[in-house]
Design a protein around this ligand. Structure first.
Ligand code: XMP
Length: 170
């Protein structure tokens, strides 16, 4: 597998993102909400560097199904989410692709009464976005390739890799 972003580069960038986030919230309490399962490593690494009063929660939003690269219907499950009414939310996702998932999840959190929602993604794919959506904090902009590792999977494999790699089709 071709390594696109090394583990060291990821860790350095996560340090920088955490510093930006701490400056932005300036001591305000934040509820960090990770979108499972791809957010796994990004969330674990980022929250350990955020020196703010934080709560951590998770939501599930999935559109990719099994062994296909084709996006299906989006399902949001928020049974694990505590009451977020009046809370400032920092939403974490692994990758911004078409933008549909994050648009839907942000609307969902606002519906649940969040005071504000800011979004941080580890990766943003170039030339794929179908709906206008601007994340507040972006780790890396990447080419339009299917990537795995650091939480990202193909059929639930490769999530454990400490780097982001390009999965060759076939
Ligand atoms: P949208 O299109 O809604 O999709 O922005 C975001 C979700 O799609 C998945 N996704 C990927 N997963 N490698 C992956 O492992 C990829 O290259 C990739 N591109 C999109 C991912 O679940 C993300 O949250």
């Amino acid at each position: 597998m071709e390594v696109l972003i090394t583990a060291d580069r990821i860790q350095t960038r996560v340090d920088e993102l955490a510093a930006e986030i701490v400056r932005t919230y300036d001591g305000k309490p934040v509820t960090v909400v990770g979108i499972l399962t791809g957010c796994l490593m990004f969330t674990a690494d980022l929250i350990r560097r955020i020196d703010l009063p934080i709560r951590v929660a998770f939501i599930t939003a999935s559109s990719y199904r099994g062994e296909t690269f084709v996006a299906g219907r989006l399902e949001i499950h928020d049974e694990l989410l505590p009451d977020i009414a009046g809370k400032h939310i920092l939403l974490l996702d692994d990758i911004l692709d078409t933008g549909k998932t994050l648009t839907r999840v942000v609307a969902h959190l606002i519906d649940r009464g969040a005071a504000s929602v800011k979004v941080s993604v580890l990766l943003r794919k170039l030339g794929r976005q179908e709906v206008p959506f601007e994340p507040d904090f972006v780790g890396f902009t990447i080419p339009d390739k299917f990537v795995v590792g650091y939480g990202l999977d193909f059929n639930d494999e490769h999530r454990h890799l400490p780097f982001v790699g390009i999965l060759q089709p076939g």
